[in-house]
Design a protein around this ligand. Structure first.
Ligand SMILES: C[S@@+](CC[C@H](N)C(=O)[O-])C[C@H]1O[C@@H](n2cnc3c(N)ncnc32)[C@H](O)[C@@H]1O
Length: 268
């Protein structure tokens, strides 16, 4: 299965920046203080793992990813932080088969921007549940890309965003998986599931915050540009148009930026 963002150094750097940029928003709703042995699924470059360990001093994280390249980056990222590195291990594994882990081993599991990239999210959640102790919780943050709204409308955005999301679907993923988390958790056998939206709304009241968000969003959108160009889903001129219209909107006093992602917790 392909991967929308790819594994370039630029993308690996972007994931670290993204984790720090979104840290407060992601973690303000998760109380992880009672977690001791966590499985992090799809850890990427280890950026979320670093945050999990920093915020929870009693936590040990087993972090898995199917990509050896991501894991190499993750190990290097944590190597510079030996006190955190002592409380984690990185293992190459596909979340579709977690039989490598003893059944009912972990007291928590964590997913951040992973299920959007998989074709069988329920099976991955089922596998995850099989390695959790009863009552353990899974904590998930996921995209809901249909909610992106910029006012006044940016003509080049609509075209690009439609193609970006189509590519994600073509690669077997789901750019709106966030809104389906409740159903998927239930189908995978999790109980007491809670699902809620987390929104970003930036407008003329906070020009600097809006500019930071829109710069972050430009990097996110453009992380797929090489694949979009290669597949001729988008043309180089259209990318240039998007970049200039996006920059103009970012600097225009009237622009409103809105997006919400979804979070969920389920009990094993
Ligand atoms: C967008 S990255 C997110 C990384 C990290 N969670 C973060 O927020 O920085 C998604 C990661 O999920 C991994 N991934 C996708 N499908 C996977 C699977 N079936 N098993 C394990 N890892 C997977 C990818 O290799 C990639 O590193």
């Amino acid at each position: 299965m392909g991967y929308l963002h790819g594994y370039s150094n630029t993308e690996q750097r972007r994931l670290v920046e993204q984790a720090h940029f979104l840290e407060e928003k992601i973690f303000e709703s998760f109380d992880l203080t009672s977690c001791r042995r966590m499985l992090e699924v799809g850890c990427g470059t280890g950026a979320e793992c670093e945050i999990l360990l920093r915020r929870n001093p009693d936590l040990f994280v087993t972090a898995i990813d199917r990509s050896a390249e991501q894991l190499a980056k993750a190990r290097a990222h944590l190597e510079n932080r030996p006190q955190l590195a002592a409380r984690c291990e990185f293992i190459q594994a596909d979340a579709m088969d977690l039989s490598v882990f003893a059944s009912k081993h972990f007291d928590s599991a964590y997913f951040c921007w992973v299920l959007e990239h998989v074709s069988a999210p329920v099976e991955i959640l089922r596998q995850t549940r099989s390695v959790l102790v009863p009552g353990a919780r899974v904590y998930i943050s996921e995209v809901f890309n249909q909610t992106l709204f910029v006012d006044p409308a940016i003509p080049a955005l609509k075209h690009y965003w439609t193609r970006y999301n189509s590519l994600q679907r073509e690669l077997g993923g789901d750019p709106d998986v966030g809104v389906r988390l409740g159903r998927y958790l239930q189908e995978a056998g999790f109980r007491a599931t809670e699902v809620w939206p987390k929104f970003f709304l930036f407008d003329s009241r906070d020009h600097a915050g809006r500019a930071r968000m829109m710069n972050y969003w430009a990097d996110l959108m453009l992380s797929a540009v090489d694949q979009l160009l290669e597949r001729r889903l988008i043309l180089a001129d259209e990318v240039q148009e998007l970049k200039s219209e996006w920059a103009a909107a970012r600097d225009a006093p009237a622009t409103v930026f809105y997006y919400h992602f979804m979070q969920a917790i389920g009990s094993a």
